[in-house]
Design a protein around this ligand. Structure first.
Ligand SMILES: [Zn+2]
Length: 336
C-alpha cells in the first residue's frame, strides 16, 4: 500500500511543503476541571512547525467532544442513534418517552452535550429493554398510540434475545459481523460446528445451550425461536444493534474458533451444511429409529459432540482451516 503524500502551504516556509499528521496532547479547562485531550495536528516536514489545514479544526472539535464524553461517561451521538434504531422510535417521541423535553434528544443529535443524569437514563435504556418498557409505560400519554405500540413491541422483541445465554448471543453477533448473509438454517449449523470444534480443541463447551436432533439436523431451539420470522431468508436483525461493540466479551480462543468455522463451513449454504451434519455420528445416533422425515427432538449431548469432534481432530487436525476443509470435502463425498 502506498501512503498518500500530503502537501499544503506552510506559512513558515512560504511555499507548499509535505506535511504529516500526528497526535498532540493539549490541556483544557472545562467547568473548572482540567482535561488532557489528544488532538491531531499537521506538522511541516521541512521546518517542523504546525500548519493550519482546512477541516483540521472541525476534526479537533470532534476529537475533544468524544474524549470529553468518554472521560465523563456520557453517551455519544452514535449511542442515541442506536437507541432510536433498536426501539424503532423517532427522536421527538424518544425524548418524550424518556421523560425529557420534546427538543432534548433532537438537540443532543445536533451535538449538544447531554447532562450526566439524562445520559445515564439513555445508557440504561440502551442496555435494558425492560427499562425501556417501563419508561414507555410511564410516559405513554405523551406519545401517539402508533409510536407507543411500535416502540413497545420492539422492546418486547428485544427482551426475547435474553432467552439465550450471553455467550450464545455474542457468538451469534460475531458470526453476523463476519458473514454477510446468514439464514436461520445456516446459523444453526454454524453454531453446532463451532460447539464441536471448540469443545474438541479446548475440552469444554463454548456455550451452555443443548441442541436437538430435528429432521433438518442439529438445532438450538431457543435460537430457532429468536429468528423464526426470517424463515429461509438471510437474517437482518436490528435487535443485534444492542450488542454492537460487545464482541470483545469473547476470548481470543473463542474468536479464533468462530473464525475457523466461518471461513470454512461458512462458505456453504444451509442445505449443504445440513448434509454434513446428517453424515455425522452424533446426529445419526440421535435419530436412530426415526424414519427420514419423522420429526424428533432427541438431545444431542454436548459430551457426545465433543467426543466425535475429538476423533475428527485426531484424523484431520481441525485447528486449521485446511484440516476443516479436508473434513468437509470427505463428508460431502459421502452418500447420505
Ligand atoms: Zn514549513
Amino acid at each position: 500500500m502506498t501512503e498518500k503524500v500530503r502537501r499544503d502551504f506552510c506559512i513558515e516556509c512560504r511555499k507548499e511543503t509535505e506535511y504529516f499528521l500526528q497526535k498532540k496532547d493539549i490541556v483544557k479547562n472545562i467547568k473548572d476541571k482540567e482535561y488532557i485531550f489528544a488532538i491531531t495536528v499537521a506538522v511541516c516536514a521541512e521546518c517542523g512547525e504546525e500548519m493550519s489545514l482546512p477541516g483540521l479544526i472541525d476534526k479537533n472539535v470532534q476529537e475533544i467532544d468524544e474524549q470529553y464524553r468518554t472521560a465523563e461517561g456520557l453517551v455519544s451521538m452514535d449511542d442515541i442513534e442506536r437507541l432510536m434504531k433498536i426501539y424503532k422510535i423517532g427522536k421527538t417521541p424518544l425524548s418524550l418517552a424518556l421523560g425529557f423535553g420534546e427538543v432534548t434528544i433532537p438537540r443532543y443529535l445536533e451535538g449538544q452535550m447531554p447532562s450526566k443524569e439524562y445520559s445515564d437514563i439513555i445508557k440504561v435504556t440502551l442496555s435494558s429493554p425492560a427499562q425501556m418498557k417501563q419508561k414507555l409505560m410511564e410516559n405513554r400519554e405523551k406519545l401517539t398510540d402508533a409510536a407507543f405500540r411500535k416502540a413497545f413491541a420492539a422492546a418486547e422483541s428485544l427482551e426475547s434475545l435474553f432467552s439465550v445465554s450471553d455467550k450464545m448471543l455474542r457468538v451469534i453477533a460475531y458470526i453476523f459481523e463476519k458473514l454477510e448473509e446468514v439464514t436461520p438454517l445456516m446459523l444453526q449449523k454454524l453454531l453446532y460446528f463451532i460447539q464441536g470444534v471448540y469443545s474438541a480443541l479446548y475440552k469444554r463447551p463454548i456455550f451452555a445451550e443443548d441442541c436437538r436432533a430435528w429432521v433438518h439436523g442439529p438445532v438450538y431451539p431457543e435460537v430457532y425461536e429468536l429468528f423464526r420470522d426470517f424463515k429461509y431468508n438471510p437474517i437482518d436483525d436490528a435487535r443485534f444493534a444492542l450488542l454492537e461493540g460487545t464482541v470483545d466479551a469473547l476470548t481470543d480462543d473463542e474468536k479464533r474458533v468462530i473464525g475457523l468455522v466461518v471461513n470454512t463451513f461458512g462458505m456453504y449454504g444451509g442445505k449443504v451444511l445440513e448434509r454434513i451434519t446428517h453424515n455425522e455420528a452424533p446426529w445419526i445416533e440421535a435419530r436412530k429409529g426415526y424414519g427420514d422425515s419423522i420429526p424428533s427432538s432427541e438431545l444431542l449431548p454436548k459430551e457426545r459432540i465433543m467426543k466425535y469432534y475429538i476423533l475428527i481432530n485426531q484424523k484431520y487436525g481441525i485447528d486449521t482451516e485446511d484440516g476443516l476443509r479436508a473434513y468437509i470435502h470427505d463428508m460431502l463425498g459421502k452418500a447420505s
